[in-house]
Design a protein around this ligand. Structure first.
Ligand code: ADP
Ligand code: MG
Length: 232
């Protein structure tokens, strides 16, 4: 498995500052952060063969250094139940992405296991011109997009900071379970915050990270999408 440094250097050699989802998740994996299993397929046939290995249901997503918002491009298909659905999803993703981003270099698609539904949360790293690296935590969807319900902590986070980051959001009660759902594993989320913080502290070359979404479960959490950005 490649180290974070190797992944970063290989993107830089290509002249890229934005790592692909595959590279970003490999980097997370090297930090001990759980992600979905994934492989790159360069053709419809590859995608079908890999989906059979990964198992159903699976997910196909466009892989292109030029397409960062994959859903907006029609580049994400979830819940694929068999080889026929994978083949059709491959064609649909390619035609939509070529149509919407005619200039984009497309490597193919990533084939991923479909993570079971969980509570969607977001963990981010940003670099503030005055304060330096800052970590962000929030719940996914409307909570972040509409209500801006997020908490911020300066890197390096202490264990207490990580706990506070998770508890300080206004919707924190949703983490404790509601209408009969089980509470989510907040320790797993704190662990991800601390691992990203420790990495950011020793790797100033990385200026931004988006783990969006992370699915949080009663036991554990998994990063379902990730993007790592290098400083110029
Ligand atoms: P985008 O580039 O548009 O942010 P994402 O990778 O976040 O694309 O995918 C969009 C949505 O599809 C996610 O928010 C998640 O709900 C769902 N999704 C993506 N990948 C998976 C996966 N491997 N398992 C389960 N759901 C997924
Ligand atoms: Mg996403």
């Amino acid at each position: 498995m490649a180290s974070a440094t190797e992944i970063i250097e290989s993107a830089r050699k290509d002249g890229r500052l934005v790592l692909t989802e595959l590279e970003s998740k490999e980097l997370l994996g090297s930090l001990g952060i759980p992600t979905t299993e994934m492989r790159l397929a360069a053709s419809r046939e590859d995608a079908v063969a890999m989906s059979a290995e990964i198992g159903y249901p699976c997910v196909l997503k466009v892989s292109s250094p030029d397409i960062t918002h994959k859903s907006d491009a029609g580049g994400v298909k979830v819940g694929l139940k068999n080889a026929d659905e994978v083949a059709a999803a491959y064609d649909a993703i390619m035609s939509s992405c070529r149509d919407k981003f005619p200039q984009a270099a497309i490597e193919g698609v990533t084939v991923q296991n479909m993570a079971p539904p969980g509570l969607e949360v977001i963990i981010g790293l940003a670099t503030d011109p005055q304060f330096g690296p800052v970590m962000m935590f929030g719940l996914g969807g409307v909570w972040v997009e509409v209500l801006k319900d997020v908490s911020f902590k300066l890197v390096p986070l202490t264990k207490a900071d990580a706990k506070k980051a998770v508890r300080e959001i206004r919707a924190a009660r949703l983490l404790d379970g509601f209408r009969g759902t089980e509470p989510v594993d907040t320790a797993a989320l704190e662990d991800i915050l601390l691992r990203v913080s420790a990495f950011a502290e020793k790797t100033p070359a990385v200026t931004e990270m988006d783990l969006n979404p992370i699915f949080a479960y009663p036991h554990g959490a998994v990063a379902v999408d990730a993007r790592v950005i290098l400083g110029a």
